[in-house]
Design a protein around this ligand. Structure first.
Ligand code: AVI
Length: 322
């Protein structure tokens, strides 16, 4: 029997929504925010002045393009540049341009969970850099990690930008980094962005913009459940709430029910009760420091070669090897 991947995805979606909304306290996986509308809202978030992460990482890569590019280079056999969570590729293009201009022999392999993001990126690269070798894939990080091992004919560099690792808790981050390490050979590199601990107000503002874009992004998960699972969440009855614990470096996004209510999710044959002020925890955005990154690396069997940062040290990109 042939299994349709869309069916598998739908059943994982159903299982995760059911599990999260019947748990106490309630929670939902942030990866489900990213449908077409969620992708668009995330683009808007990245363009907001409060969301410093994108600008900081862009400045790190643009100020150090040559250093990074030359660390990646393999003059003999070339390399595969694999990007997990490629998004719109704006920052990566700086490196791709350097590598293309300096006659690197390489293939760029962007991988993203969003079909929509991959489609837009490949179209855009075909228009802007038509001679580039691009081999894009849609998939979840953990699914593709296994496949990465088969890229063993020549040097590979794996990139995870945008502090995407911050959306998972430390034990899962160690698991993720350990799996990445298993996919690396001694000559391979891992280039990863980690948002840093800083003035707590700056972190809070980044996830609680006055224009309400982040609130709309967070609430998009309820809209998606309404649409895909025939539910009747009244979006206006939920308030976006951000917290940041400067001790642990964990920012958390919640949706808070402003009044008691019942929600029917027909696709799950489920009625859920919300007490007034009951929460749904939707996302964590972990902030780091050098000690924490060194600890994560040690726990995962990785070695830090170097780190690069912006002038305010809000954000750091670390280069690891096995
Ligand atoms: C994708 N990820 C790293 C973003 C973050 O900063 O945690 C998602 C996001 N959520 C709200 N704003 C941005």
């Amino acid at each position: 029997m042939k299994i349709n991947p869309q069916t598998v995805r739908n059943s994982a979606f159903k299982r995760d929504i059911l599990g999260g909304l019947t748990a106490f306290p309630k929670h939902l996986p942030s990866k489900y925010i990213y449908d077409k509308k969620g992708d668009k809202l995330f683009q808007e978030i990245m363009a907001m002045p409060e969301y410093y992460l994108t600008g900081c990482e862009f400045s790190i890569i643009s100020n150090n393009t040559e250093t990074i590019g030359e660390l990646f280079r393999d003059r003999e056999n070339g390399l595969d540049l694999i990007e997990l969570g490629a998004g719109d590729g704006k920052k990566t293009k700086l490196l791709l341009k350097y590598m293309a201009d300096n006659k690197f022999n390489f293939v760029y392999k962007p991988i993203d969970i969003s079909e929509n993001a991959i489609e837009m990126l490949t179209e855009n690269l075909a228009a802007e850099m038509p001679t580039l070798s691009v081999d894009a894939e849609v998939g979840e990080y953990f699914e593709v990690l296994e496949r990465l091992k088969s890229f063993d004919k020549r040097k590979k560099v794996i990139m995870v930008l945008g502090s995407n690792i911050g959306n998972i808790r430390h034990p899962n981050a160690i698991d993720f980094l350990s799996k990445l390490k298993d996919a690396l050979r001694p000559e391979d590199l891992l280039f990863m962005g980690f948002d840093q601990k800083k003035d707590p107000q700056i972190v809070l503002d980044a996830y609680n913009d006055k224009t309400g874009i982040t609130a709309a992004f967070n609430k998009n998960i309820l809209k998606r459940i309404n649409r895909e699972l025939d539910a009747n969440f009244d979006i206006d009855k939920f308030k976006h709430w951000e917290s940041y614990n400067p001790e642990t470096g964990t920012a958390k996004s919640f949706l808070v029910a402003i009044e008691a209510m019942e929600v029917l999710i027909s696709g799950l044959d489920l009625k859920i009760h919300f007490d007034q002020w009951e929460t749904i925890h939707v996302e964590i955005s972990q902030k780091y420091d050098d000690k924490t990154v060194a600890w994560l690396a040690q726990e995962s069997g990785l070695e830090i070669i170097t780190s690069l940062f912006d002038d305010k040290e809000y954000y750091k990109n670390y280069i690891f090897k096995k």
